[in-house]
Design a protein around this ligand. Structure first.
Ligand SMILES: [Zn+2]
Length: 154
């Protein structure tokens, strides 16, 4: 085992190794592999082939980068990837947040002022405050533009 470790160490010396971009490629490859498993049973052969090509491509690219001796070029690639990721990720965070907000509305309990999160189902409803137990009427409009369109006294 020690012998193996030493051999591995010698093999990896001078090579670039693992980084965030390779992790991304591995994850993308894995997602493609899972997709392939499902697509195999569907009639869209071309999509399956694209998927399995991408799966192989991502894995080979990741292994190539890990074993690469051109550490300078690989570092630049990783920096480029991180710059793109930092730009793209906040966009997705905003997106998931607004989707979450779209499915719920926020109401204040008229008695204890507790903030209630209610499912956005259009119409008149009776809701019960989980804090003080007060039952009160809620009217929900489908209106997305305003962030908290239904807030305020009733
Ligand atoms: Zn209450």
């Amino acid at each position: 085992m020690n012998d193996f470790k030493e051999k591995l160490y010698r093999f990896m010396s001078g090579r670039y190794g693992f980084d965030q971009f390779s992790r991304f490629l591995m994850t993308a490859g894995l997602i493609m592999a899972v997709l392939c498993m499902f697509l195999r049973f569907l009639p869209f052969r071309s999509i399956y082939y694209i998927c399995s090509f991408l799966n192989t491509f991502f894995y080979i690219f990741a292994v190539f980068r890990i074993l690469s001796r051109n550490t300078y070029k690989r570092t630049l690639e990783n920096e480029k990837y991180l710059r793109i990721r930092n730009k793209v990720m906040p966009f997705f965070d905003e997106k998931t947040k607004s989707i979450r907000d779209r499915n719920y509305i926020y109401k204040k309990c008229p008695k204890c002022s507790a903030k209630l999160r209610l499912k956005r189902i259009k119409g008149k409803h009776i809701t019960k405050c989980p804090k003080c137990g007060l039952k009160f009427n809620v009217r929900i409009f489908i209106e997305y533009k305003n962030k908290y369109p239904d807030m305020g006294p009733y």
